[in-house]
Design a binder for this molecule. Structure first.
Ligand code: CTP
Ligand code: CA
Length: 224
């Protein structure tokens, strides 16, 4: 089975994947983050490796063991993740943005622990760079795959993100209190400029395998 997979379109290709949450510092001991566990990104790294790819995983803080044979670059903030991805983008054939990158970061991180002097505290936030859009806009660019985590109108918002960011493929997943983040299973609907496919509901490992197979097919069609 491995032998067959290793002859697929991703065999010997360099696949760059982001995974996990980011942490945006408020002060030396506090940060803003989200509920991402990193499981989907790590499962994708495992599946891409199984398909014979050379895999680099740029990972925010997670408590997961990296898959064997995968190079992990550990980062904390969205800015660090952006820098590490852009340093590698020219060398990769496929990029998969599976990280739950913070959309906003504190304008400044306090140099010292913030004391509770006041009854109210306002944090001023600024947008982070969109890593996925930057990769899609880079020339030359890899085959670029994004995720769309949505609580409503999942396919409609995903199709919009696919077009707006100029992606080759997007995997849409419904998120909410009982779906998506920090769970072992997931539901994925995949869209690309000329079509779409329901990958169903399954374990993240099984969905990762299905998504990597589909990415291999689409990548193979555009690069043959
Ligand atoms: N993403 C990224 N850099 C960011 C924000 C998001 O690379 N600063 C990537 C994610 O890894 C994911 C995709 O963009 O692949 C979509 O993330 P999502 O949060 O669903 O969409 P956003 O574009 O951030 O828009 P919104 O949160 O407003 O829905
Ligand atoms: Ca977002």
């Amino acid at each position: 089975r491995l032998g067959a997979r290793r002859n697929g379109a991703l065999a010997g290709r360099r696949v760059l994947i982001t995974a996990g949450p980011t942490r945006e510092a408020i002060d030396p001991v506090r940060f803003l983050s989200n509920r991402s566990s990193g499981k989907m990104g790590y499962a994708l790294a495992w599946a891409a490796r199984e398909a014979g790819a050379e895999v680099v995983l740029v990972s925010g803080p997670v408590s997961l063991t990296p898959p064997a044979g995968v190079e992990v670059v550990a980062v904390e903030s969205a800015a660090q993740m952006y820098a590490q991805v852009m340093a590698q983008v020219t060398d990769c054939d496929v990029f998969i943005g599976a990280a739950a990158v913070a959309d906003y970061t504190p304008v400044t991180a306090a140099g010292q622990k913030i004391k509770k002097h006041r009854d109210r505290l306002q944090l001023e936030l600024v947008r982070t760079p969109d890593i996925l859009a930057a990769v899609a806009g880079h020339r030359p660019r890899p085959f670029t795959v994004g995720f769309a985590a949505e609580t409503e109108r999942v396919r409609e918002y995903a199709r919009d993100k696919l077009a707006r960011k100029g992606l080759d493929l997007i995997a849409a997943n419904p998120v909410g209190p009982s779906q998506g983040f920090d769970r072992d299973d997931n539901t994925l609907w995949v869209l690309w400029p000329g079509g779409e496919r329901d990958l169903g509901t399954a374990s993240k490992r099984e969905l990762a395998r299905r998504l990597i197979t589909l990415i291999g097919e689409r990548y193979g069609q555009e690069n043959s």
